[in-house]
Structures are given as structure tokens and as C-alpha cells.
Design a binder for this molecule. Structure first.
Ligand code: ATP
Ligand code: MG
Length: 497
């Protein structure tokens, strides 16, 4: 069985002070189904790009596999799907059966091959791009967050598909998905990188045990350290004193004494040095372990509850129609302090309904009624935001105190040195956190959150769930994450044709 060997690999981006990876050593079996996890910005995507040979790392990576990356860049989405596949694979028409075999496993109908790529639903686009990765039998797939934008059924299909494959690394923050798919975990921690055998739950259990024992150790360690320090100081004093004694008496006394003291002092000095070295090593070892504990601080929405009116949104028999797209007829109310979730398959029209409620211009014809309370403050977290520039400017443009945004970003695990970085060169999750921190900081009576959890790491997801459970804001929500929906929704509005 072949392996991928990463030896002494180091890498940092130009503007970084510290290495992102520092003398990393990993050995990966080519048959493993690996989940690559770690908080946003730890370097998951970067590690994949390094394996692909796209970044100038130091050290050695040994492997004879062909690496393939998802998501590929589709240069022109306005071509037929067949054309897009040809461009990405160099596949000849007579070899298209290979793609068709994979598409069948992904439950995608062949007739979408002739459709324009941009008109496919996000779920279908994901599946096409995934199928492409698996036509080479000697391939090792590097799959970067395939579940974003996939609905619940889509996630299941992709999970089943990957489960049937061998030899790949998948990045995802979706626990349910990872648990079904993977048999090994690579975890990028604060201080090091680990490999575990097992799925996400196994990793989480071991990590929790480790964290707990480290907390316990911390208490014991403090005691040990101070005891070791005391001993070391005592010994050092003793040997120093003996040395002084030697110098004082050296001139008059016989050599025997001097020799004896010197010998004893030297021995003690040596012992003291050994102890102090041991203390230093011990402290360093334990402290680096403690630094691997992830910190989860509570976050807060800048939510202002309204006493009046009691209902902020009323939708009656709403239907939006444009060409052959038609959203299902919908009616619902959003009362104050309730979280109302819109649930439905990819492409059913959830975001379209959001935008119509927000009064964003769209080419849709509307039937039915929308009533939104007048003069209320709304905070809108869009599904995809193309944020550019720097955070301070962005906050000021939206009339939000930048310090509040920074404070929220700190709580979301953002390193301070990122505050001045251009948003364009941030990781996917870091970009999402900027958008989220702005929405958290904005004064609001009502939230429109469209897939807030996309790209966010597990800890951030938990922070969001807990904040919403605690504050109970008025919110209209779209998401495909079952944990989130089940934990925080007061009402679920199911959209189906
Ligand atoms: N082109 C770039 N120039 C400078 N810094 C970069 C660049 N790309 C990424 N970074 C930084 O490198 C770090 C790692 O980024 P990377 O995209 O690998 O993280 P990630 O683990 O994939 O995060 P996420 O979960 O958010 O996708 C981040 O701090 C990011 O800001
Ligand atoms: Mg990434």
C-alpha cells in the first residue's frame, strides 16, 4: 500500500510573520478516507494547495499519486456542462461514459450534460465537479468543503458517494457528514497537527479527554513547577555559597578542603542545572499542550427587542414568477422573539423570497402579499457576500463602530494581526466571520440570515447556536444544517412544489 509522506514541511505566506506550518511530519496511507479539520484559517486549504504543488513549501513531500482538487475553477459558466467537463478534464467525447458512471452514483440525470452549466442548481454543480475528480483510478482527491450549499438530501447523496470511495481528504465542518464518510482525522490544532484513527466523534471524544486531563494536569503542574523551582533555587544558592566559601578560604586553608568544596559545589551545581533544565523542559512541554485547548467565548447579537408590533413580517400566499421559475405558494408570520426557518431543497427559491421581502430588486413577478413592520432595523447576512477592502472601512461604511466588529471577531477566534489584512486574501471562513461579525454588531430588531453556518468551523457554529438560544432574537433563517435548525427554530416553514 502506498503512502503520502510529508517530511519537515514548512510554509508561510509572504506577509506572515510566523510559519503556518512548521516542520510538519505526516504519513498518510493512500487508502484512508481522511477528514481534515481545524478552525477557520488554520491552513486546511493551504495544505491542499501544498499537496497540489501550487505553493513553494520547504521540506519534502513524497508520493506517486495524482492529486485532484475540488472546487475547480470554472472559467466560463455560460457554456454547456459537457464543454465545462471537457475543459476541466481533457476528456474526449468517447470517454464520457466514465463521467456518466460517476453521475449515476451521484443520482444526477445525464440530460443535464447538455444544459448550460450556470443554470444548474448549486447542488448539481457540486456533483458534476465531484464526479470529474473520480475518473482517474490513480487519483487522490482533495475535496475542500463540498457540503456548503448542499441541501439535506444532497449531503446524504454525496456522503454515500464518498463512503464508497477510498483514498481522499475531505475538508468539512459538518459533523454528521464527516461521521458518515471518514475513517481517519487530520486535525490542525493551535500548536500542532495530529492524525487519529476513527471518525469525527472518535476524534472529539479523544480531544475532550485530552483537554480535560490537560486542565487537571495544569493544576498539578502549577504545584510541581513551583516545587521544582524551589528545589532548583535552593540547590543553586547552596552551590554558589560553597563556591564563595572556597574562594574565601582558598588562600589560608590546605588544598584538600578547597578541593573537597569545589567538588561538592560542582556536583551540586550540576544537579541544580539538571533540575532547572528539567523544569524548563517540563514547563515548555506542558504549556504547549495547554495551548492546544480551543477557546469558546460567548458571543452576543446587538438585538433590540420591540414591544410593538407583535408581528414583524406577514406573508400571504406569496408566489414569485420569472420565466420557468416559480416559488411555491407560501404564507407565514414572524412574531417578535421567534426564529422562523425556511426549509426546502436547493433551488426552490428561499433566497429569492428573502430578497423580495427585503425589497431588493429582482426580475420576479409577485402575487400575494408581503407586510413588514415599518421603521424597524434589519440586519441581513447574505448567502454569499463579495466583501473587499479592509474591515475598518467596511464597518464605517455601514455606520458600525469598528471596535465592536473587532471585539466580535476576537470572540470568533480571529487573530488580532488579521484585522488589517485585506479581506480578499482571507480564508473562506475568515471572510464569513467578517460578514457575521458585522451582522452581530449592527443594531437590529430583525435578522435575515441566509445560510449563516457556511464555511464556519465547529466552535463558531456552537457559539452562534448558543447566542441565539440565549437571546431569542426575531429572525428569519435559511440553513441546511440539521443541528442548527432543530436547536433554534420556533417555526419551520417547509417549501415544496
Ligand atoms: N493568498 C494569501 N495571502 C496571504 N494570506 C493568506 C492567503 N491565503 C490564505 N492566507 C492566510 O493563511 C491562513 C490559512 O488560510 P487557509 O485558507 O488555508 O485556511 P483554512 O484552514 O482553509 O480556513 P477556512 O476554514 O476558513 O477555509 C489564514 O490566516 C489566511 O488569512
Ligand atoms: Mg479553507
Amino acid at each position: 500500500m502506498g503512502t503520502i509522506q510529508i517530511e519537515n514541511m514548512s510554509y508561510k505566506y509572504d506577509q506572515m510573520v510566523d510559519n503556518l506550518f512548521d516542520s510538519l511530519n505526516l504519513q498518510i496511507d493512500e487508502s484512508w478516507k481522511l477528514g481534515l479539520i481545524g478552525r477557520n484559517g488554520r491552513g486546511k486549504t493551504t495544505l491542499m494547495k501544498i499537496l497540489l504543488g501550487q505553493l513553494p513549501y520547504q521540506g519534502k513531500i513524497v508520493s506517486n499519486l495524482n492529486f485532484y482538487y475540488y472546487p475547480q475553477k470554472v472559467v466560463n459558466k455560460n457554456k454547456s456542462t459537457t464543454e465545462v467537463i471537457k475543459e476541466l478534464t481533457d476528456l474526449e467525447e468517447y470517454d464520457f461514459w466514465k463521467i456518466e458512471v460517476e453521475l449515476e452514483k451521484l443520482k444526477v440525470k445525464n440530460d443535464i450534460l447538455s444544459q448550460t452549466f450556470s443554470t444548474l442548481s448549486p447542488g448539481e454543480q457540486t456533483k458534476i465537479l465531484l464526479a470529474i475528480l473520480f475518473i482517474d483510478d490513480y487519483g487522490f482527491q482533495l475535496i475542500d468543503e463540498p457540503t456548503n450549499h448542499l441541501d439535506i438530501d444532497g449531503r446524504q447523496v454525496v456522503a454515500d458517494y464518498l463512503k464508497s470511495k477510498q483514498g481522499f481528504i475531505v475538508i468539512s465542518h459538518d459533523k454528521t457528514f464527516l461521521n458518515e464518510v471518514i475513517d481517519h482525522v487530520i486535525s490542525i490544532n493551535r500548536q500542532n497537527v495530529d492524525i487519529y484513527k476513527g471518525n469525527f466523534d472518535v476524534w472529539e471524544r479523544e480531544k475532550n479527554l485530552q483537554d480535560q486531563s490537560q486542565f487537571d494536569e495544569k493544576r498539578q503542574l502549577k504545584k510541581d513547577i513551583s516545587r521544582l523551582h524551589e528545589t532548583a533555587v535552593k540547590r543553586e544558592n547552596w552551590s554558589n555559597q560553597s563556591e564563595k566559601q572556597k574562594n574565601k578560604t582558598g588562600l589560608q586553608k590546605v588544598n584538600l578542603d578547597k578541593g573537597f568544596i569545589t567538588h561538592k559545589a560542582a556536583k551540586m551545581m550540576k544537579k541544580a542545572k539538571t533540575v532547572s533544565k528539567r523544569v524548563d523542559e517540563e514547563i515548555e512541554k506542558k504549556q504547549s499542550l495547554l495551548k492546544n485547548i480551543e477557546i469558546e467565548e460567548p458571543i452576543q447579537l446587538n438585538y433590540h427587542e420591540l414591544n410593538h408590533p407583535k408581528t414583524l413580517i406577514k406573508v400571504d400566499n406569496l408566489e414569485l414568477i420569472h420565466e420557468d421559475v416559480r416559488t411555491p405558494k407560501t404564507s407565514f408570520k414572524v412574531p417578535v422573539d421567534q426564529v422562523v426557518s425556511l426549509i426546502g431543497k436547493n433551488g426552490i427559491g428561499k433566497t429569492t423570497i428573502f430578497k423580495q421581502l427585503l425589497g431588493i430588486e429582482q426580475p420576479f413577478e409577485q402575487t400575494g402579499d408581503i407586510l413588514i413592520a415599518k421603521g424597524i432595523k434589519i440586519s441581513y447576512l447574505a448567502q454569499e457576500d463579495q466583501l473587499v477592502g479592509n474591515i475598518r472601512q467596511l464597518a464605517q461604511d455601514k455606520k458600525i463602530d469598528p471596535e465592536m466588529v473587532f471585539s466580535n471577531l476576537r470572540k470568533l477566534g480571529f487573530e488580532r494581526n488579521l484585522f488589517e489584512q485585506n479581506i480578499e486574501s482571507m480564508s473562506q471562513g475568515q471572510k464569513r466571520k467578517v460578514a457575521l461579525a458585522i451582522s452581530l454588531s449592527q443594531e437590529a430588531n430583525l435578522y435575515f440570515w441566509d445560510e449563516p453556518l457556511n464555511y464556519l468551523d465547529v466552535i463558531t457554529r456552537q457559539q452562534i447556536i448558543e447566542a441565539i438560544k440565549k437571546q431569542h432574537p426575531t429572525m428569519l433563517l435559511i440553513d441546511h444544517d440539521k443541528d442548527l435548525i432543530d436547536e433554534i427554530s420556533d417555526q419551520k416553514i417547509i417549501l415544496e412544489n
